[in-house]
Design a binder for this molecule. Sequence first.
Ligand code: SF4
Ligand code: SF4
Length: 399
Amino acid sequence: MMFQPRVENAVQALGERISHDDILRCIRCGLCSYTCPTYRVENCESMGPRGRLALVRALIEGKLELSPRFAEKFYDCVLCAACTSACPGGTQSDAMMLEARRILYKAGLAPEPIAGLLARLEAQHNISGEDNAGRLMWSSNMERAPGGLGRRQAEMVYFVGCVSSLFPMSFSIPQAFSRTLDLAGVNYALLGEAEWCCGYPAYISGDVELARQAAAHNLEVIRSAGARQVVVTCPSCYHVFTHIYPELLGEGALAGLKVLHATELLADLLEGGALRPAGQAVRVTYHDPCDLGRKSKLFLPPRRVLHAIPGLELVEMASTGENSLCCGGGGNVESSAPSLVESMAARRLAEAQDTGAELIVTACQQCKRTLTSAARKRRVRMRILDVVELVWQALSAEG
Ligand code: SF4
Ligand code: SF4
């Protein structure tokens, strides 16, 4: 009995918040469909940007009923923004997908795995639902403790992010990056238990209030450490800090604080001579994470890092930079539709194989996870590394 009014509100909200003109333009166009990773793997109109918006129109016109199946179409979108980037008319279709998610979440129509994710975030402030006190477990088996461990005040905070903090497959990323910071003599602090999820998973699931709480908390603890800079290895953390925190907390949210992605810092340290990597005779291809590349426009820093490694050859994939293909890891889709993610990752892996590279380098723990599991499943003999791991490998190489 409680469900019906929320559904009616949702239909009304979709009609008010998603422009009728934009929907009509998309329905008559469809030019961006070929860029959409979910459309490309499913070959189905309702899994592409135009089809998703056609569903919104049908709903508003009363030709379709709001249902969990309808909601799934929007929670299956990886929010990669490829459609927005390709649109000649400037339609922000990824923003419309996100708007739809917010409305569907409020209507109680977020898929069950997404509702579970939000419950874990609320209870433990991280995506895994483990005790947040375990956020530094990645550092526990390191030969030498990272310099930032236990340091309460520092110029810079290294904000590690949930996946690298709590998923063992990604521990090597903060291990490599903290060793590199120590080698370069950077004065940084780790927040440990005081670090909460950056808020992006909540934001893109539709729970804006939960994201706002996370943003306010994280900025408070970073400021109380006396830091003027925050460095992140996760592209989603980078995107939410730089693009969403000001939206959630006001334009001055980042006043006095500079947010850097690890690749920006490493590029400066390498080019300035503070880090001197040994040669790596290896052919690599670089996968642009959507949140770092297309959505935050950091295309150059990871490539500057790669070019600073002597002997390394970079070969670009067919779709690269602004046109890069999502690995499937975005939009929290892994929580609700893992097989869809697998198909998207396989497609990206095939593009990487076509380059003849031995190694796929990315700048994201999630891209590394999706591409690695696709490679394992298909017995593809390509390694996938985060760029911070590759840098550490080159720094610690003999000779
Ligand atoms: S987002 Fe732009 S390119 Fe894509 S269908 Fe709509 S109008 Fe066409
Ligand atoms: S944001 Fe990405 S997955 Fe979603 S509709 Fe656009 S191109 Fe497709």
